[in-house]
Design a protein. Structure first.
Length: 186
């Protein structure tokens, strides 16, 4: 993993690995993260799944010899930001399996990758009744986490809900599927 433990996505990953008994490896936080160093770590640990952020995916994609190794992984799970479409499209066309997750410290884990396409997300079933999509114009929607969601730890609205500030496009055929547009712009 190339995420800090204080990041909710990484903390979830670490705790989940303990629960399911899966080996987990961390990069040394005192060393710079480079494409070659991350590739070396993946190979040295015989990793099957890689948790990271889109920036590190970009570093790996630019590293000589990385694509065949990334293709061997069961999946690359990423969060923290959206992956540039051209980067993701290129990797997926090379046989790399990308899986996106979305959540926040304030609202918890809300969405996971959709089978529609590598860059589409869907609200996890348990969260569906606790997420309201508010139109923000231009076909973009903001997810608002409603009171009652067990992972909600704070609010920024009088009704106790949490407006994420992130914008999403809704899928043209499936209203339960979205694509990250941008983060924290509202």
């Amino acid at each position: 993993m190339t995420l800090p433990l204080f990041h909710t996505f990484n903390l979830y990953t670490f705790i989940n690995s303990l629960i399911v008994g899966q080996k987990v490896s961390f990069c040394n936080g005192d060393l710079p993260i480079t494409g070659p160093s991350v590739l070396e770590a993946i190979e040295a640990t015989s990793s099957e799944v890689f948790f990271t952020i889109p920036y590190v995916i970009k570093l790996l994609a630019e590293t000589d010899g990385a694509i065949p190794k990334l293709r061997e992984l069961k999946e690359i799970m990423y969060g923290g930001a959206s992956c540039p479409e051209s980067l993701g499209d290129n990797l997926v066309s090379e046989g790399v399996k990308l899986r996106n997750y979305y959540g926040s410290t304030e609202g918890g884990f809300l969405m996971r990758y959709s089978k529609e396409n590598w860059n589409w997300l869907q609200v996890i079933p348990a969260a569906v009744p606790h997420v309201r999509w508010e139109p923000e114009g231009g076909g973009l929607y903001q997810p608002v986490v409603l009171p009652g969601w067990e992972a909600l730890v704070t609010s920024n609205r009088p009704d106790g809900s949490f407006a994420t500030g992130d914008l999403f496009l809704r899928h043209p055929m499936n209203p339960n599927v979205t694509s990250t547009w941008t983060a924290s712009t509202i």
